[in-house]
Design a protein around this ligand. Structure first.
Ligand code: ZN
Length: 196
């Protein structure tokens, strides 16, 4: 089932999300719905707060990036099959010199800005079978994880922009929260006026 994606301005996007346990009700169905929702919106990642749930789950499918000819073949190859569910994730290390990448977000349609992040991470997480993993990721794979991980920490990529950039897009963000967008997937807007 495709779920509405919560738009910028909703309080759930600013909350620190909570761990779940393996008895979380209907987890399989929730994950299936999250994947369907992400693919329907042509996203490469989706976090539970974006569908209104303040819990520590996010999903990633970075395979669309494998077509990017600017990446080296090894990275393209890795991204082509990089699909993963992250439950109760904790980034335990972020290293290297920060690099910029033009990010977007399904909760903030039509806004794209360069965001600086470190290239290498180590992350602990549980998969959909509640098996624990500790893994290293680098480059674009790390980038997508960091963006989604920020969602479960209550952080949006727009929070990481300069004061000047924030001022420049303020009006646009307010418009998004009011539902003044023109996108091809279902959204839920926190400040949309009800029709009389
Ligand atoms: Zn996002």
């Amino acid at each position: 089932m495709i779920l509405p994606i919560v738009a910028y301005g909703a309080p759930v996007l600013k909350k620190l999300a909570k761990d779940i346990d393996k008895d979380y009700p209907e987890l399989d169905e929730l994950l299936a719905n999250m994947y369907e929702t992400m693919y329907n919106a042509s996203g490469v990642g989706l976090a539970a707060p974006q569908i209104g749930l303040p819990i520590r789950i996010f999903i990633v499918d970075a395979s669309p990036f494998s077509d990017d000819d600017e990446l080296d073949p090894a990275e393209q190859e890795f991204l082509s099959t990089f699909k993963q569910t992250f439950i109760n994730a904790k980034i335990i290390e972020e290293t290297g010199d920060e690099w910029a990448f033009n990010e977007g977000c399904l909760s903030i349609p039509d806004v794209r800005e360069d965001v600086f992040r470190k290239p290498d991470i180590v992350i602990e997480y549980y998969d959909e079978d509640f098996k624990k993993h500790t893994e290293k990721f680098t480059g674009l794979a790390a980038r997508v994880i960091q963006h989604e991980y920020d969602h479960i920490e209550g952080i949006l990529f727009t929070d990481k922009l300069s004061q000047l950039k924030k001022r420049l897009i303020k009006r646009r963000l307010e418009d998004i929260s009011k539902g003044k967008t023109n996108i091809g997937y279902r959204m839920k807007y926190p400040n949309k006026k009800k029709k009389r």
